[in-house]
Design a protein around this ligand. Structure first.
Ligand SMILES: [Zn+2]
Length: 170
């Protein structure tokens, strides 16, 4: 009979906002939460698979200890719940970055339109220094995730693109 030491998982109630931190994974202990989830799952599978077979039973029937197994399921449920909460938080966090990035690209659009007028021709390349030089911008907005901005053409339309967040949709 295998001795079973249950994994202790405390359920996360609320997750703090982590602001602009780049190390959101660290802030949320993403790895720890994911590992706990994985471990609780493996324990569950392991127990169901073979460890609990009653050696004395001629047909090798699985002996179920209701109390202990309930704890195992509970641990798994908590770990899974924690993991999905953290995952959701990470997604929200990334969405915030995308919103900020798009906001910055909108500023760039205005600057490029200004440059079109000022230079009397359509700006075809994104050149930040040039935009500052002609007074279209004071400083260059940058992607909060470090993506690179460029002007691209699609169906004859001039669009802004971030290498990380994609094409700005108006
Ligand atoms: Zn971006």
């Amino acid at each position: 009979m295998t001795t079973y030491k249950p994994l202790v998982v405390n359920e996360i109630d609320e997750l703090e906002d982590v602001g602009d931190e780049d190390d959101i994974f660290e802030a949320l202990d993403f790895q720890g939460v994911h590992m706990a989830f994985q471990q609780s799952y493996l324990e569950l599978i392991d127990r169901i698979d073979n460890k609990e077979v009653d050696k004395k039973s001629p047909d090798g029937a699985i002996r179920i200890d209701i109390k202990r197994d309930a704890l195992l399921y509970e641990t798994y449920r908590k770990a899974q719940n924690n993991y999905s909460k953290v995952l959701k938080k990470v997604e929200e966090h990334e969405k915030d970055f995308k919103i900020k990035c798009f906001g910055r690209m909108r500023k760039l659009i205005l600057a490029v339109l200004y440059a079109d007028k000022k230079l009397g021709k359509r700006v075809t390349k994104f050149e930040s220094e040039k935009l500052i030089e002609i007074g279209a911008l004071d400083s260059i907005p940058v992607c909060p995730r470090g993506g690179e901005y460029s002007i691209i053409y699609k169906n004859g339309r001039r669009l802004f693109n971030c290498s990380i967040h994609g094409v700005l949709k108006n």
